[in-house]
Ligand binder design. Sequence first.
Ligand code: PHE
Length: 344
Amino acid sequence: MARVFSFMLEDLKSSFSRDLAAASSVRELLDLQSRYFGAKGAVKELFKQLKSLSAEEKKELGAAINPFSEAAQAELKEKLERVSAREDAEREARETIDVTLPSRPPRLGHLHPITIVRRELEQIFREMGYTIDPGPEVESDWYNFEALNFTPDHPARDTQDTFFVDVDKLLLRTHTSNVQIRSMERFQPPVKVLSAGRVFRRDEITMRRSPMFHQCEGLLVDKGIHIGHLRATLEHMVRRLFGSDAKMRMRPSYFPFTEPSAEVDMSCIFCKGKGCGTCSQTGWMEILGCGMVHPQVLRNVGIDPEQWSGFAFGLGIDRVAMLKFDIPNIRTLFENDLRVLQQF
Ligand code: PHE
């Protein structure tokens, strides 16, 4: 019996020598290692079969297997190191970096529809000599309300349901009209400013309304300014934004800080004026409020209304973006869905 095992061991030795000589890559050598010396390898198998032998024979054969196993593994390790060093060197020689290769161009992002409209508006008014000033989003009651002729208990405050920041009457501006006051305080007339930015109101979210939206405020104060200047300016703006056959209408309205006041509607592009959910069945979409600067507002900032007059308007950028880009629901603008944004 023991002789059979010593033949098996001899076989193993010679097949190992053959396989080792034949293996020429790290992959083959690692494979060889597990075939001979792994948990289920040939050497382990041989040990298992020794079980049937007597203790004496076991000892003798075991003593013959171990030196072979050690010597063979040392040989294998040595070749593995040699081959692996050679393969590394070959790989390095192959993988030269061509520093003259042009780099991949960075992927360009897209402008948000609101940014597109804002920039367009800024461009239109910059061409007419307006200064661009975004103004602060966190504002005091004075700039957002009081100086604009909203007395403390003025009912119009209710139409601009306000987010308060703290008890000192700091608030999130409900419109961009705060910039009217700030600009007139800062510059002596003539004043021409355009201000675009975010505004906040405690409104329910609907197809057209969101608690955060965007406005663009225009203010012009000079000598002899009348409502004809306002109308011409708005018509120019609307034509630039929507093309020369865009339809707009002006309706009398009320704001505490303008007199007279008006609202401007565009015909609803979603239903072509027939009435739909987006325009509340009216066929029109309100895009801005405007009017002649109230004399009391001028007085509030130390400008003499006998000498100077002006107009102001506040336009809903989101509404304009919806009309321009055919977006029926305002929420689409704020969901940041890449499939939507990539279209612009
Ligand atoms: N601030 C007004 C609003 O938010 C719009 C407006 C601006 C009206 C300027 C008149 C003049 O509705």
